[in-house]
Design a protein around this ligand. Structure first.
Ligand code: FDA
Length: 389
């Protein structure tokens, strides 16, 4: 079989690229259905982009790399596409745009676009023996109907990262990159809960609090969730992408309040009340109860000196802890690292040293924040490649 473009990986990036590449396109995926991560994303409603998408919300070895692709296919371009297909959406919070009805609508839209473009989608299929030829690439396609030799002018790798191996995630893109002599930035799990081997938060698991979580010099103000195994919630997932093994994280349990001043004011009016009762005006009572095991919270508020109040407020608003690790690729939403951006053109995603070979989506060393940024990278990088094919 001879095609203009062979794309491996029918996820968000692969389908978007296939739909817009033009020419004869073969799209290969080993899964039973395309876009499985789209289907489960955003609690089944797919947070498909973010209104505030900009390069500052992405991690990469080269923070400038994302600029061109994001500028040439923006969040508003994707919103326009979604609107054209009659998909209703809403902003949930912080610019995060979700489908009103179902993530399946995004998959259906991409499938419709691919069908219109005549894309040959091969599911439950994989490729081996990938090699460069004089005119492009050759590979062997293994599918339900047997093996087929394929030649293609261009080869696009869109197989994503290692997150959630149960859903078919593989390190395939990194292997292809390495086979063609391209560098791969070390990979690790991102947007992932922290674990503590002593299960210290098990007694308050399920308790959530609006918090500021900081790691590696970057802070996020969102919800923090205590779990049986450690910490989760959006603020924690975000911070995890900036965390290095063995480093401390800092938690501010009440970032919106000048807690010391507030408790001092309360002391004037309600000094005869229990300290824990007054602290519960700021934090969930289950959490206050738990904090009582870590700090001396006894006495009436009037008994608390400024110095004692100050020390406790510092402990609650500047709480340092060292996670034992993360939940890893098993539950991580994304993979940090990937095909080194130095090896790719930021305009087209083509490998600088291998004409015709492209890497798009999560396979590349570009990782977005939580909130629709990763899908926007998939759409933008896919369009960058599609326009160059
Ligand atoms: P993606 O992983 O989507 O696709 C890769 C495809 O390649 C898959 O279809 C896979 O089967 C196939 N493949 C892999 N190896 C192969 C091989 N060797 N041979 C053939 N095929 C192979 N992001 C966001 O912006 N908003 C959100 O709401 C969410 N929610 C979310 C929830 C959960 C639970 C997860 C795990 C992730 C998210 N994300 C997200 C992240 C988002 O899903 C992710 O960044 C994109 O799906 C990446 O798109 P890609 O197309 O690059 O990879």
């Amino acid at each position: 079989m001879q095609v203009d473009t062979a794309i491996i990986g029918a996820g968000a990036a692969g389908m978007m690229c296939a739909a817009h590449a033009g020419g004869k396109v073969l799209l290969i995926d080993h899964a039973k259905a395309p876009g499985e991560k789209i289907r489960i994303s955003g609690g089944g409603r797919c947070n498909f982009t973010n209104m505030y998408c900009d390069p500052g919300s992405f991690l990469s070895g080269n923070p400038h790399f994302v600029k061109s692709a994001l500028a040439r296919y923006t969040q508003w371009d994707f919103v326009e596409l979604v609107d054209q297909h009659g998909i209703k959406w809403h902003e949930k919070t912080l610019g995060q745009l979700f489908c009103d009805v179902s993530a399946k609508e995004i998959i259906a839209m991409l499938r419709a676009l691919m069908q219109k473009a005549g894309v040959d989608l091969r599911l439950q299929s994989h490729a081996t023996d990938i090699r460069k030829t004089d005119s492009g690439f050759a590979l062997t396609l293994h599918g339900p109907d047997g093996d087929t030799s394929v030649t293609a002018n261009n080869l696009v790798i869109a197989t994503g990262g290692k997150s959630i191996p149960k859903m078919g995630a593989t390190g395939f893109a990194y292997d292809v990159a390495a086979a063609f002599g391209l560098p791969v930035a070390e990979t690790r799990a991102g947007l992932v809960p922290f674990t503590f081997t002593d299960a210290r938060f098990a007694p308050i698991s399920g308790t959530a609090v609006p918090a500021r979580v900081s790691a590696g010099g970057t802070s996020f103000d969102e919800a923090l969730l205590f779990t049986h195994r450690g910490l989760s919630g959006p603020a924690v997932l975000q911070a995890s992408s900036y965390w290095q093994d063995g480093a401390p994280i800092t938690v501010n349990l009440d970032p919106k309040t000048a807690l010391f001043d507030a408790l001092r004011d309360q002391r004037q009016n309600y000094g005869r009340r229990n300290f824990t009762t007054e602290l519960s005006a700021h934090l969930p009572s289950r959490l206050v109860e738990h904090l009582g095991a870590l700090h001396d919270l006894t006495g009436n508020l009037a008994d608390w000196s400024d110095a004692r109040l100050m020390a406790l407020c510092d402990a609650l608003q500047n709480w340092q802890m060292v996670p034992s690790g993360t939940e890893g690729y098993r539950t991580a939403e994304v993979t940090l690292g990937g095909v080194d951006t130095d090896a790719l053109s930021s305009k087209s995603m083509m490998a600088k040293t291998v004409p015709g070979l492209y890497f798009i989506g999560e396979a590349v060393d570009v990782t977005g924040w939580l909130g629709g940024y990763n899908f926007q990278w998939a759409w933008s990088s896919a369009m960058a490649a599609a326009r160059a094919l």
